[in-house]
Write a protein that binds this ligand. Structure first.
Ligand SMILES: [Zn+2]
Length: 108
């Protein structure tokens, strides 16, 4: 079982997105909970500036969860912006952001 951690950006954007959408809130939380069993399922590894991070889609509207699995951070910690990996342990999954599909894919 993995453990979820959330960046300030994630918390801020999540609260904004689900403010008037409790169904989406529920869907995202259920998905994150599922991911704690296998954070690699249906996951795509990102490239270029976001190498080391992953994304999954959630919900019909296709929100993207941007995250990394600390097991994979290894020497790539600075790229993952995951500087405190060591204190979190290998079972940590760090969520960096949640983005609507309307934001250009290239930005993540
Ligand atoms: Zn990490």
């Amino acid at each position: 079982m993995y453990k979820a951690f959330f960046s300030q950006d994630f918390k801020k954007h999540f609260e904004k997105l689900v403010k008037r959408d409790s169904a989406l809130r529920e869907r995202v939380l259920v998905r994150i909970n599922d991911m704690m069993e296998d954070p690699f399922r249906n996951s795509l590894e990102l490239t270029a500036a976001f190498k080391g991070k992953r994304r999954v889609y959630v919900g019909k509207a296709g929100y993207r969860l941007i995250y990394s699995v600390c097991k994979e951070c290894g020497g790539k910690k600075s790229k993952n912006h995951c500087s405190d990996c060591d204190s979190k342990g290998d079972d940590a999954v760090v969520f960096f952001d949640i983005l609507p599909r309307s934001i250009a894919y290239e930005s993540y």
